[in-house]
Design a protein around this ligand. Structure first.
Ligand SMILES: [Fe+2]
Ligand SMILES: [Fe+2]
Length: 214
């Protein structure tokens, strides 16, 4: 059978499908077991439950951004291998997205109402990174993963200590993000200038602050 060629309309439909599934529906995961499943749901105080739900809402929004970034980068990637790298990265992040969503449900929390805006903004940033070239784009992925790893480390300290299922999920995500950074570096990621890293940190601080509240 011949290889299918995608028209511009096909691509636009696929982009819209991914965006809608990520923000409003259920994404295609790799079906990795949710790390929280192995742990009995604890009985948390109202304050602890609220704090956990807010932190997991931030992490859920972070995974929405990861989906959009990597899909944007895949769209404008210059080589097939980097395009595949980005799509694989997005698919792996889908498990994280689903695990965060599961925690939000268990904690009676809700998703951020800002997720559609995060998706659109992150997709545009990802597409721009892809246009800059494959090595800068991989560098952007590596730096994103490193910053997310640091952020998750902080969340492990902020989460109520009795919320063991959330701790387990965050710990697994942190290990995965570290692996994602290493694989981008192995694929030829360029080290980004400090000004770009600082801008990324400021942008993600705005996102985390806003998602924590709404
Ligand atoms: Fe992730
Ligand atoms: Fe990651």
């Amino acid at each position: 059978m011949g290889k299918r060629t995608f028209t511009t309309l096909d691509v636009l439909c696929l982009i819209a499908d991914d965006a809608l599934a990520t923000v409003f529906g259920h994404t295609r995961t790799r079906d990795r077991e949710d790390p929280a499943k192995a742990i009995k749901e604890p009985s948390l105080s109202f304050e602890d439950k609220l704090q956990s739900a807010k932190l997991m809402r931030v992490n859920h929004s972070g995974e929405v951004c990861a989906q959009a970034l990597y899909r944007g980068q895949a769209l404008t990637a210059q080589s097939v291998s980097v395009k595949k790298h980005m799509i694989k990265a997005a698919r792996e992040e889908n498990d994280h997205l689903q695990w965060c969503e599961n925690r939000l449900e268990a904690l009676d929390g809700r998703k951020s109402i800002l997720n559609p805006a995060w998706y659109v903004g992150s997709f545009a940033i990802g597409a721009f990174a892809g246009i800059l070239g494959d090595r800068p784009s991989l560098g952007f992925l590596a730096e994103t993963e490193r910053q997310v790893e640091t952020h998750l480390e902080k969340h492990l300290e902020l989460l109520p200590k009795d919320d063991l299922p959330s701790h387990r999920v965050i710990k697994q995500m942190k290990d995965d993000e570290k692996r994602h950074a290493t694989s981008a570096i192995d694929a030829g990621a360029l080290e980004l200038p400090n000004i770009v890293k600082t801008t990324m940190r400021i942008t993600s601080a705005i996102m985390t602050g806003a998602s924590y509240r709404i």
